[in-house]
Design a protein around this ligand. Structure first.
Ligand code: NAD
Length: 348
């Protein structure tokens, strides 16, 4: 540093600019060396890309974000700049070296479109069970401090207790069963290898970058895109199914909390709003914002989907977290995002 100060004294020196650049560059290297390393699987997907962006924006701590995705469903363009990206499959041993010196792993990669999972139980198990175990194994080998991983409200498919607490589990679809199987592997990794794990059961997450490309896209993005294009959206079933919707930014607030709060070790948390809306109500909210009278097309119900989801979020609230984004604000912002980033770019 003495070297730098001496040179900076002469503001008019022609070397000043390049010396300043050198100092800034060195500072950046020092900061990056001290940065907390986190690894996100599924970083090119909806929740993973939003989480990466949020971590890179945190002011109080500098994060180095390593991202893994095989781009089976995710899109490279939506990985925020600043992420060290590796196009790899979570089932491969090639991921192991990336876990060295990682503080926290967020394991989000999965095959998660319910109808795709129903059509291919073997691949569902391969990715969601074997892939998840491989991530736990990589974390164990590298002595990662903490793993936060994605389960799902699909674990409550057969339950009739509403709001549903974390203790009630009855998976039915292949997707839900794959999450259930990995839950037991997580318990075994905790018991035998002391791996510190936190499981998150997201309800219906929505927000910017929600995956609209999948075979049956999630209702929010599906309705918004069709209505913006003046087409008739499809409702599977009667439209009376009720869902607990949670904004991705609220979910990612909890990710950051779980990373830092030891009380979450070995625990599982529901992440929803504790309030639900019917699919038709969501349709009408979106229609209201877009000032259109277009009616949906009703088709046969899809197998493997629960009639009602409603989260009991008492456990998550005990930690001081609560959802902040109301459904109207969330939907309004999502319409704007899809208009600019999807429809105007002719991506659909
Ligand atoms: N979005 C929701 O409403 C919701 C609800 C409940 C649970 N979840 C869970 O949250 C997690 C993230 O969900 P999302 O909505 O961001 O999904 P997403 O499909 O947008 O992202 C998942 C990412 O994982 C990647 N991936 C899939 N298989 C892979 C493999 N073998 N190797 C490496 N990468 C692979 C995909 O390419 C994709 O980018 C998933 O585990 C999902 O099951 C999501």
């Amino acid at each position: 540093m003495a070297f730098s100060r001496e040179f900076c004294r002469d503001e008019n020196s022609e070397n000043t600019g390049s010396i300043k650049k050198l100092i800034l560059h060195r500072r950046k290297i020092v900061l990056m060396k001290n940065a907390k390393k986190v690894l996100i699987t599924g970083v090119a997907g909806f929740i993973g890309s939003n989480l990466a962006e949020k971590l890179l924006r945190v002011q109080s701590v500098r994060f180095k974000v390593i991202g893994i995705d095989n781009l089976a469903y995710g899109v490279k363009e939506q990985i925020p700049s600043g992420v060290e990206f590796h196009q790899l499959d979570i089932r491969s041993k090639d991921i192991y070296p990336l876990f060295e010196k990682v503080d926290t792993v967020f394991h989000l990669a999965a095959k998660n479109c319910i109808s795709d999972c129903q059509a291919d139980p073997v691949e569902t198990s391969d990715i969601n069970v074997t892939g998840t175990i491989n991530v736990f194994e990589a974390a164990k080998k590298a002595e990662v401090r903490k793993v936060v991983y994605a389960e799902s409200s699909a674990l409550y498919e057969g339950i009739c207790v509403f709001p549903t607490p974390e203790t009630e589990v009855k998976p039915e679809s292949f997707y839900a069963v794959s999450k259930w199987a990995s839950m037991y592997f997580a318990k075994a990794y905790e018991a035998f290898y002391n791996l510190r794990l936190t499981a998150l059961r997201y309800f219906n997450v929505y927000g910017p970058r929600q995956d609209y490309r999948r075979t049956i896209p999630p209702v929010m993005s599906a309705f918004i895109i069709k209505l913006l294009n003046k087409e008739r959206p499809i409702i599977y079933g009667t439209g009376n199914k009720r869902r607990d919707f949670i904004h991705v930014d609220d979910v990612n607030d909890f990710h950051i909390l779980a990373m830092n709060d030891d009380r979450t070790d070995g625990k599982v948390y529901n992440l929803g709003c504790g309030k639900n809306y019917s699919v038709r109500e969501i349709y009408d909210i979106i229609r209201g914002f877009l000032k259109t009278e277009i009616e949906p097309e009703y088709r046969n119900d899809l197998p493997g989907e629960a009639e009602i989801t409603l989260a009991d979020i008492t456990e998550a609230k005990k930690l001081g977290w609560s959802p902040k984004i109301d459904i109207y604000t969330g939907i309004r912002d999502m319409i704007e995002w899809i208009q600019i980033n999807v429809v105007e770019k002719n991506l659909v």
